[in-house]
Design a protein around this ligand. Sequence first.
Ligand SMILES: [Zn+2]
Length: 283
Amino acid sequence: MKYRFLRYPGGKFKAVTLSYDDGCKADLKLCEIIERYGMKVTLNLCGAMIGDYEGRLTEEDIKEFILGHGHEIANHGNWHKALGLLTEINGIQDTLNCRLALEKRFSLIIRGMAYPDTAKNISGEKYAKIKEYLTDLGIVYARTPSRDNDVFDLPEDFHLWTPTAHHQNEKIFEYIDKFLALDDKKLYCASRWPRLFYIWGHSSEFNSNNNWDRLESICEKLGGKEDVWYATNIEIYDYVTAYNSLVFSADNTRAYNPTLIDVWFDIGGTVYCVKSGETIDLV
Ligand SMILES: [Zn+2]
């Protein structure tokens, strides 16, 4: 029996995603830079704080330059309140109001989220309750606001999705080198799970630190690679969900894909693609 591991679209072993918070006006410059390197971002917005606030994106900005360029917008609380510090009813209210506001304004279905403000108290029993109500509110993933994990793994729990690194992490270029050097064919057979490099931050930090060149350097190194899938957070979530929905025969010789997404996977070094709605023999 051989191990089976998810591969990203095109059979790729590696993916990169970005997540930036608060809907800062500087998101426009961030998008302009990352797009030159074929990268995508998820921008986490506060439903009640669009347009009317100085230094923030307007509705037109978001429609034309964010959604119009294939990026994702996600929930960041209507008023940017830390869920771990709120009562459940208030957390539910702030999350739902943000979702309703974004969906109405942009005619979308919003399922992603980044926890606002702080991860304080997002653990233990409190976290279990938060996860339960986020699930009930249709939030399928939520990024934690810190705790760089310095590893390149998909999350075990999409409601506690911890990034690889903040862009200011002093070791980020070291991590990028390590990530780029990874070759699934050279890894031990039990270590060939898919890898993800996940960067987060606030675009306004590039202004306050006067270091937009840092983003350029990150993108120059990490962007434009043939063997990397550049995706938004929700694209990764949807793809992983499709992979987890595949159906296999008991002896692992046949795979059925009941989803709307073509899915790739690796079995013992051989990469297979099972297209939407198809059944294939694994030989
Ligand atoms: Zn924030």
